[in-house]
Design a protein around this ligand. Structure first.
Ligand SMILES: [Zn+2]
Length: 273
């Protein structure tokens, strides 16, 4: 079957949506055999600058977790809690209060538009929690070219630096969608791209909200990065409402809590935590 470039790109984008799962995979297989060309430069999947000029970075990194167990130079069972999509007045203050009550640091991946509108919510987070870049408008970077990815990242980092006095060093792509252009843009911005290795799965505990504690604890290993959200659909309140219970459970399992930068750094964990 003859497949046009546009159809091929549509298939890629459709598969990248991911939630469709098998449907997306089937479409990808159907349209993208090895004879189907993708544009060499300028598409979302390209990690080459569209004009083929040299990238401004020679390397970048993507992390799903930190060293754990025997691989952790600190010898500790450490975990990093992360909260995406805020700051927002609905839940961010509740998350901050729970973290404060438990004396636990976390990492917040902020949307630029929310920093613009509600940035004050994190005024006191600076120096205690870590604030990372989650793009300005939560667009799917799997659909954006290099310059658009660059713009999403740069606008957000610039605003965060202006608002909080320091630019972020971490970046998390919305939906965990990471194509070549986004990898390149994040590397050129000097950001470490942060995925996750455990997550709050509110959909799996519908009707049994207390099970969220067990569900999260069952996924966590030394070095895990845990994904949660501090704004969004109502079902996510299942986690927010039980955040102190989740922290207590992980503590009883022997975990201590660090920011993502602390988790992925080779150095020792702060002794106070
Ligand atoms: Zn998000």
């Amino acid at each position: 079957m003859e497949v046009t470039r546009r159809q091929a790109l549509t298939a890629v984008a459709g598969a990248a949506v991911g939630a469709a799962g098998a449907v997306g995979a089937a479409r990808l297989t159907e349209h993208l055999d090895e004879s189907t060309p993708l544009p060499f430069y300028g598409s979302p999947v390209s990690a080459v600058r569209p004009d083929r000029s040299a990238p401004s970075a020679t390397a970048g990194s993507v992390v799903w977790g930190g060293p754990g167990g025997a691989g952790d130079a600190t010898g500790q069972r450490r975990v990093a809690l992360t909260f995406d999509d805020g700051p927002h007045p609905d839940w961010t203050p509740r998350v901050l209060a729970a973290l404060e009550a438990e004396d636990v640091p976390a990492t917040f991946f902020c949307l630029g538009r929310n920093v613009r509108d509600h940035g004050d919510l994190h005024r006191e987070s600076v120096g205690r929690h870590e604030l990372g870049n989650h793009t300005f408008d939560h667009r799917d970077l799997g659909r954006l070219d290099w310059s658009a990815c660059r713009d999403e990242i740069a606008r957000t980092s610039g605003l965060m630096e202006q608002t909080y006095g320091s630019a972020p060093t971490l970046f998390r792509p919305p939906y965990g969608h990471l194509a070549g252009a986004a990898v390149l843009a994040a590397a050129e911005a000097g950001l470490t791209t942060v995925m996750w290795s455990a997550q709050a799965r509110e959909d799996l505990v519908a009707g049994h909200p207390d099970r969220i504690v067990d569900d999260i604890a069952s996924q966590v290993r030394p070095g895990s990065i845990v994904l949660a959200h501090d704004t969004g659909s109502e079902d996510r309140l299942v986690t927010i409402d039980r955040l102190r219970a989740v922290i207590g459970r992980l503590r009883s399992d022997g975990y201590s809590f660090v920011t993502v930068s602390e988790l992925v750094a080779a150095g020792p964990a702060p002794s106070s935590r």
